[in-house]
Ligand binder design. Structure first.
Ligand code: PNS
Length: 179
């Protein structure tokens, strides 16, 4: 059966930039785990896209969010997503859809991926109503300008954003990258 393996169960790839991970992403991953036995979070290394956090930083943040969840695997990839998916036993790409504005981009991406690999399907999940306005881009902008992003990204991401933008981090809450 598609996307299934006797030993591994149903596996989905959840690809993205995760620059940084938000509660919107986490919501999709958690809901994905209700459908799939394993979700592989695949962080894209795109040299052409300027990111705030390095791939290593993004990997550490995402891994830290799922350190107690054994069926979430966190990895990074370079190049075409379909090539990366081919190295795993996943047959499904999982993506969140926030609003109609996401649709065109997602439609093109899913269609291109399917044209590159006809065995691959993309499954879209509507983002929870609590996070439909949350994107990594707006999180970075708000954080850079000193606005509050608590409750929209995990605490460890709030701290990493403050450090990046050289905003004060309360001493008591200063913790390591992997906490
Ligand atoms: O979080 P994002 O930035 O919307 O994620 C986009 C991502 C990383 C999933 C997409 O850009 C991607 O798959 N990049 C890898 C390169 C690739 O395969 N491009 C062809 C897809 S049209």
């Amino acid at each position: 059966m598609k996307g299934e393996d006797k030993d591994m169960g149903k596996v989905a790839i959840y690809p993205g930039s995760f620059d940084p991970i938000t509660y919107g992403h986490i919501d999709i991953i958690e809901r994905g785990l209700e459908i799939f036995d394993k979700v592989i979070v695949a962080i894209a290394e795109n040299e052409e896209k300027r990111s705030l956090f390095s791939v290593e930083e993004r990997l550490r943040m995402v891994k830290s969010c799922f350190k107690d969840t054994s069926n979430v695997i966190v990895d990074s990839f370079k190049g075409l997503l379909v090539n990366y998916v081919g190295k795993t036993n996943a047959k499904v790409i999982l993506r969140g859809l926030r609003a109609t504005s996401d649709f065109e981009y997602e439609f093109h991406m899913a269609s291109m991926n399917r044209s590159l690999n006809t065995q691959l399907d993309t499954l879209f999940m509507m983002t929870s109503k609590d996070y439909f306005f949350v994107s990594s881009r707006t999180i970075k902008e708000v954080a850079r300008l000193g606005g509050a992003v608590e409750g929209l990204v995990p605490d460890l991401v709030v701290r990493r954003l403050k450090e990046k933008f050289k905003l004060p981090v309360p001493k008591k809450r200063r913790i390591g990258w992997d906490d």
